[in-house]
Design a protein around this ligand. Structure first.
Ligand code: SOE
Length: 390
């Protein structure tokens, strides 16, 4: 029987707009979700750009006002993939209109905003989900399954580093991700949020206390030229300078509710590291280690192997018996970055059809915001900070 069609309205047409568009287009080629997405309209303020995006990414049409998009009766899911300062009004309006809301990370630009979004989603009883796409990388989902299965036993350490280098050049322009009023924070909220979320997801426990620092290496940068393209992270510079108002790098440590120690580092100044999203988890029975730049592999050490055979082994997360992997190619025929979004959208569509919010819901997203705010507070006060538990 044909599945029920569900109308999608996507706000944002840059990097994330492109990854999400591709996911809605591809999902039914690999999965059989309980609702079939129809790409009704993509939304952005610049009409020329959004018209081009609608055409390039395969949308039926476009809107230039998000309120109009949300009002449309043929749209059931509102996808907020705009810069952070717009998440709050858009997600709240979508929830008030009774739509399923799917929002890019971090949920809010701070905890106060995230709480308002959580309240709107819960009081209007709408399905809600935050796009922390790395949760659905098959190797990471496999690590989660192994931890839940008790394969690592009691967890002692979660150690994560998310390193990039795309702003290491001091002449790289002042794009929106470097402006506090738009992005909320810098590396902390952009990529630190991912490793925080992964720690809380994989350990099944929230960070409770934190001590950390944030740092800005380059305080002035050339302003961005209007000629800059819309997809990806590249941008052109002008000769005029402006102030960088967010952090370039952060490091923090803390304790999870289950007693495990967490150590986190995120930087966009790690030259040579492109999307080096890594973690290692050590438990009483074994360890797992992951690096996104080799995203189809999970390193596993089993401390219960015979002593003379012990060592880290590489598991290829491409077996049909492993999470999500069976939807794609035969074992060993690897997948890429875009598939993490396809897997996420698959779960979103099933969540919409069943009325159950898939993980991570707005509560989990707001919990990440609570930890991000606590890191900033710790950096300012040079003290340990208790993280509010939602
Ligand atoms: C830029 O740092 C960025 O695109 C992030 O915004 C994404 O969330 C991350 O997955 C890749 O890098």
């Amino acid at each position: 029987m044909a599945k029920k069609e569900v109308g999608i309205g996507l706000i944002g047409y840059a990097f994330m707009g492109k990854t999400h568009s591709n996911a809605y287009r591809q999902v039914t080629r690999f999965f059989d979700p309980e609702a079939t997405p129809v790409l009704r309209a993509i939304c952005g303020r610049n009409e020329e750009n959004v018209r081009r995006a609608a055409n390039d990414f395969g949308w039926q049409g476009y809107e230039t006002d998000y309120r109009k998009l949300i009002e449309r009766d043929d749209i059931d899911i509102i996808d907020v993939s705009s810069p952070g300062n717009e998440h709050l009004p858009m997600a709240v309006a979508a929830a008030q209109a009774g739509k399923t809301v799917f929002c890019e990370k971090p949920l809010g630009n701070n905890l106060t905003e995230a709480k308002q979004m959580l309240e709107a989603a819960e009081s209007n009883k709408v399905v809600n989900m935050v796009c922390f796409n790395y949760r659905r990388v098959p190797a990471i989902a496999l690590a989660k399954k192994m931890i839940e299965n008790g394969d690592l036993g009691k967890i002692y350490h979660f150690r994560a580093r998310y390193l990039q280098d795309w702003i290491a050049d001091p002449n790289f322009p002042l794009v929106w991700r470097l402006q506090k009023e738009i992005a909320g924070s810098g590396t902390l909220g952009d990529i630190g949020a991912h490793i925080l979320d992964l720690g809380q997801f994989l350990l099944g426990s929230n960070l409770h206390t934190v001590c950390g620092t944030t740092h800005t290496f380059i305080k002035q940068r050339p302003l961005q030229a209007a000629s800059t393209g819309t997809a990806g992270l590249a941008a052109n510079a002008t000769s005029e300078m402006g102030e960088v108002t967010v952090d370039d790098a952060t490091a923090f440590m803390g304790y999870f509710g289950n007693g495990a120690m967490g150590v986190f580092e995120a930087s966009r100044f790690a030259v040579g590291r492109k999307n080096f999203n890594t973690f290692e988890i050590n438990g009483e029975k074994g360890s797992v280690s992951f690096n996104f730049e080799r995203m189809n592999e999970l390193e596993y050490f089993n401390n219960e192997d015979p002593e003379d055979r012990r060592g880290f082994r590489t598991i290829y997360a491409t077996e049909a018996s492993q999470p999500y992997a069976g939807a794609y190619w035969p074992p060993g025929h690897i997948i890429g970055y875009e598939h993490s979004f396809i897997n996420t959208v698959y779960d979103l569509l099933n969540g919409h059809a069943s009325g159950q919010s898939p993980h991570p819901d707005f509560r989990a997203g707001a919990q990440v915001n609570a930890a991000l705010d606590a890191v900033e507070q710790s950096s300012e006060t040079k003290t340990w900070v208790e993280i509010e538990q939602l």
